[in-house]
Ligand binder design. Structure first.
Ligand SMILES: C[S@@+](CC[C@H](N)C(=O)[O-])C[C@H]1O[C@@H](n2cnc3c(N)ncnc32)[C@H](O)[C@@H]1O
Length: 239
């Protein structure tokens, strides 16, 4: 069980403030214009975490359904997005029995570490995407332009403070994964700081592998570079 998405879930709004997501959503929304222009458009997000993207995306949709593996992260999202439906589920196997105009997967797709996992998640997306609908996927990294990276952040709110270091590197360039080491330092009131370390393994696939997997799942795929040099994948499900 992940420390980040369970023990530390309640800290998510201080680790990754919702306002930091507004700019990228302004880039995503025009990509979805043909779907959001339909009457009463619907959105499904797989791996929606604390619901930060959804908070900015939801204004373009009539109804939004958010799903995640972690109940604790869903609870954080419920506070932020009480107007959305929330369901627990693994994106590799979730079956809600309904279809949506748009299926969205943000950085949670990084947890697909093998091509089989990736294919399973794309099958879930295809099953829930209505004919003529769109899939939008935004992995943090692809093999083609992978660069080791270090980030830090965290904020203070009413006697609660957190800082983190996030160090991403690729120990073995011959496999389909990279790793991120996270270190969190948490302070509450006058209590001594608590320190957590956790290593996450992320999938690292080539753009060609992405496009082939999307085609295999039944989408007409396209890739574009976003303003942050991330490859963004759009899949159109034939109508
Ligand atoms: C970085 S958070 C996502 C944050 C989200 N982009 C937001 O807007 O708040 C990554 C999420 O992926 C979820 N996750 C990891 N593996 C998953 C899986 N197999 N199925 C569904 N969710 C998964 C984790 O529980 C975590 O909440």
């Amino acid at each position: 069980m992940s420390t980040f998405y369970n023990t530390l879930a309640a800290w998510w709004p201080l680790i990754s403030p919702v306002e930091d997501y507004a700019e990228e959503v302004e880039f995503f929304l025009p990509l979805l214009a043909e779907a959001t222009a339909r009457p009463a458009p619907t959105l499904l997000e797989l791996g929606s975490g604390g619901g930060n993207n959804a908070f900015h995306l939801k204004r373009a949709f009539h109804h939004v359904t958010l799903t995640d593996l972690s109940d604790a992260m869903l609870e954080v999202s419920r506070q932020l997005n009480p107007d959305c439906d929330h369901h627990a589920g693994d994106m590799r196997s979730l079956r809600l029995g309904q279809t949506f105009d748009v299926v969205f997967i943000h950085d949670a797709i990084d947890y697909m570490t093998t091509l089989d996992d990736l294919r399973a998640a794309l099958t879930t997306a295809a099953v829930h995407c209505r004919p003529g609908g769109l899939l939008l996927i935004v992995p943090d990294h692809v093999r083609d332009n992978f660069d080791p990276d270090t980030e830090h952040g965290g904020v203070d709110v009413e006697g609660r403070s957190i800082r983190y270091l996030e160090w991403t590197y690729d120990p073995d360039s011959s496999d389909s994964t990279c790793v991120t080491d996270y270190v969190f330092i948490v302070r509450e009131g006058d209590a001594p700081p608590a320190v957590y370390h956790e290593q996450h393994v992320f999938g690292l696939f080539t753009v060609d592998e992405w496009l082939a997997a999307l085609t295999e799942a039944g989408f007409q795929p396209e890739s574009i570079l976003d303003p942050y040099d991330r490859y963004v994948f759009i899949g159109r499900k034939p109508g």
